[in-house]
Design a protein around this ligand. Structure first.
Ligand code: SF4
Length: 320
């Protein structure tokens, strides 16, 4: 490993460490299934998690799992050789989802949402088979902020990719240890690894036009505002619900409330005020300050009124 690659690794490990502190991604005794497609992000994730394990006071198990989805030219053998050469426990699972996607997705439509849902289902199954407690995905900060903007632009939602997510049935925990690392750093790290990088266009799908549009827009904006991606990433941890269009919970709304006036602060006896939690996890990169992790569950406000009409609502879809 060159000196600059080692420096980059230390920087990325520091991000993973801060993220892990804030979101408890990896805990003692975990068995982490690393979804490894052979792309640069998943290779970087696999090597970084192994390096991270060396710095922890506890151990956890790592298994790389590759889903061979039947894409022409996908060389599962080369990946298996690379896993073995680098000493990673691994498993290659074949399931032809490509023909399912081709049969179901009309010409010209983006196949990625269905393709990735099918792949996620296979990963959940394999996680159960090998007894994995966490499923690690290689999504990085750029993926999260592009998803945030796609949801805002095209689905009318404020929603991105969380670092830690429990599956709908509560059986699986998905983690994204690279959520505070930017793509260019991840790509530079992966380029320094002696591994075969599988291109992501083997499926022959059209590029996701909306994602490409958002990526180009961000590149353009970055020319005038260099910190725009960093700021968007930080915004994911700083939602201000009082300044969004969320109605107050009914029990705190005064009977005579006029929605056009400022809300009244109810009289609360001092003893009943719940102290603010002290935790202040670090910012993802560069800036320091208060970053409050998004909590799963808790007292969620009631659903916001939907300002779009029924037809528009049925057309929109969200991005994951
Ligand atoms: S790029 Fe191809 S392999 Fe990747 S999610 Fe989209 S359809 Fe699936």
């Amino acid at each position: 490993m060159t000196a600059s690659h080692a420096r980059l690794e230390r920087r990325l490990l520091a991000r993973i460490r801060r993220l892990n502190r804030a979101f408890r991604l990896i805990e003692p005794g975990d068995h982490v299934l690393v979804a490894c497609s052979g792309g640069k992000d998943s290779w970087a994730l696999l090597f970084l998690l192994r390096a991270y394990r060396r710095h922890l006071p506890f151990s956890f198990e790592l298994t790389a799992v590759t889903v061979d989805q039947g894409h022409p030219g996908f060389d599962a053998g080369a990946l298996a050789d690379a896993f073995a050469a680098h000493g990673f426990a691994h498993r290659i699972v074949f399931q032809d989802t490509l023909s399912v996607v081709r049969a179901k997705i009309p010409e010209g439509a983006t196949p990625c949402p269905l393709c990735s849902r099918l792949r996620r289902g296979i990963l959940y199954r394999v996680a159960g088979e090998i007894g994995a407690t966490k499923i690690a995905l290689g999504h990085h900060a750029d993926d999260a902020i592009e998803t945030l903007l796609m949801n805002q632009f095209f689905a009318g939602q404020i929603k991105a990719m969380p670092p830690r997510l429990v599956s709908d049935d509560g059986r699986h925990v998905v983690i994204r240890p690279l959520a505070w690392a930017f793509e260019r750093e991840v790509a530079a790290y992966a380029a320094g690894l002696a591994v075969p990088i599988v291109p992501c266009d083997l499926c022959g799908s059209q590029p996701d036009h909306r994602r490409t549009f958002v990526r180009r827009l961000l590149d353009e904006l970055e020319r005038d505002a260099a910190s725009i991606r960093r700021s968007l990433l930080a915004s994911l941890a700083h939602p201000v619900p009082t300044h969004l269009h969320l109605p107050s919970p009914p029990e705190t709304r005064p009977a005579s409330a006029d929605p056009t006036t400022e809300p009244q602060v109810p009289d609360v006896p001092a003893a009943s005020i719940t102290p603010r939690p002290p935790s202040k996890p670090a910012l993802p990169a560069g800036r320091r300050g208060s970053m409050v992790p998004l909590e799963a569950g808790g007292d969620n406000p009631p659903p916001a009124p939907d300002p779009v009409n029924r037809a528009a609502r049925s057309r929109r879809r969200s991005y994951r």
